[in-house]
Structures are given as structure tokens and as C-alpha cells.
Design a protein. Sequence first.
Length: 312
Amino acid sequence: MALVNTKEMFQKAYDGGYAIGAFNINDMEIIQGIMGACADLKAPVILQVSSSARKYAHPAYLVKMVEAACKENPEIPVALHLDHGSSYELCKACIDDGFTSVMFDGSSKPYEENVEEARKVVEYAHKYNVTVEAELGQLAGVEDEVEVSDDNAQFTDPNEVQDFVTRTGVDSLAIAIGTSHGAYKFKPGQNPKLRLDILQEVANRLPGFPIVLHGASSVLPEYVQMVNQFGGKMPDAIGIPEEMLREAAKMAVCKINVDSDLRLAMTATVRKYFAENPSHFDPRQYLGVARDAIQSLVAHKINTVLGCEGKA
């Protein structure tokens, strides 16, 4: 199957009460691990690329690796998505490179500027059958180029969503309801909570419209423990409870982003491997087990959070 955009997969997800996993990719092993899980469980998937990952791996390499993944798994619908595109120019470059979906993130800009630039991205993207995601509200946290302090974070205002979607023509909307970027989403003793009331109000104002959650890694304790056990230092890393994400997926959320959990699974596994095999130096050995860890994590997310097994 060739790369697809997100339009049909989101419609099916909305109607079916499940979400599509949007997993960030940086290299071949991550792509192979994600696709292995999706092939086993017959789950559609979004492979997404941040601007820093694009710089790290080079656009041509990433696109060709994703195309190879599609060729190897022709039964799995795959969208190639730009995560947090900061400008029209970056979104346009990714569309020209063969991406089938882009996110324009103007959430830090004044409202009217966000509207105008998102509309411009939509006009270009739709000429090439590329879907567009945008964001209202700001998530706290740090991840790649995204860095927002707690003081500057703000929940999405449901009063703005109809105007924004109507004027921009975007195909999906990322909202801020309590998720955050990175592995330190909450302070120790804090009660993690998603504002599902805001999600419901947004869904009421945009019936049938796909909603996206960024910063939705759960920071699984077993991987944090493994990192710390084998020489790492990640005290107080806390994520979003998976049962809350599953509730959101049953509502209007059609895309749930996962990045930090992938990084944790890969790093924890490699740390453990080096500690237990100090004489090994073949990258295929430790990257092979890291790839297996990615596959196991993605399978867990499909079963526990997303509910999209068998939906390919």
C-alpha cells in the first residue's frame, strides 16, 4: 500500500471509538519496531517526524525508509506526518518531499496570525491531497524544538474552535487538555488529570471532527526503573495514565502522539544490554534488542490505549 493521508483513517477512528497511534521516528530500528507491531496486530499507523528528526536523519533517508516499510507491509495504512511544523515554509518542504500529512503549530502565535498561516498551509497542502493538523492552546513541557513553561501553558478555549476550523479549513485539531511534552509531565504527589470536560465541549462544538492529543506518553514506570537501575538518572519522571488516554480515544480523539515512551523503551533496553554484555560492540546486537523493545511498546499502546487492533 502506498502512503495515505489521515482523512479516511480518522473518519473510521471517530466512528469506531478508537485512536490511531502517531509514533515519532528517527532511525531505521524505530521504524521497523513500530511497523512490526502494526503488522502483527493489523493496526493503521502514523509515522511522524519532528523538524529535529528531519535534520538528524535527512528528509530523503526518512522518506525512503518509510516507503520501504510500506512496501514490506502492504496491508497496513501508513501516513507520513510532520510533527510541530513551525512555519509555512517547513510544511511546504515536507509536502514537496512526499509527506502525506503535516502539522502547522502556530499555537504560540497571536490567534489571528495562527489562523492566517494555518489557512495558507491548508491551501497548499490540499492541492496535493495532504491533510493538515493545527493546534489551539499550548502544552507545557520540553521536546525537541518545543519548549513551553508551565506559566505559559494554556488550555484550549472551546469558544475558539469553530471559528478556527471554519476559517482555516484544517482537517484535525490538536488541543490542550492537560497533556504535556517530555517525560516530566507532573510533579511528585500531583494528581495526573486530563480535562475531559474541555474535550467534550470541543466535540460538542465540532461534531464528527477529529481531535489530536500531543504529549501523551505515559512514561511507563518499568522503563524509568530500568534506566535508573542501569546508570541513568531520571528521578520523578511521570506521564499520563493510560486509562485516561483510552477514555479520550473513546470520545473525539482520533490521534494520540507517542514519542517519550519510545525514547525510554529504547534507552532503557540499550543501557541494560551494555551493562549485561560489556564486551559487545556490534551495533546490531544492542540496536536489535532496542528494536524489539520498540515493537513490544507499540503493541502495548495499540492494545491498552489506542484500541485500533484489527482496524487496518
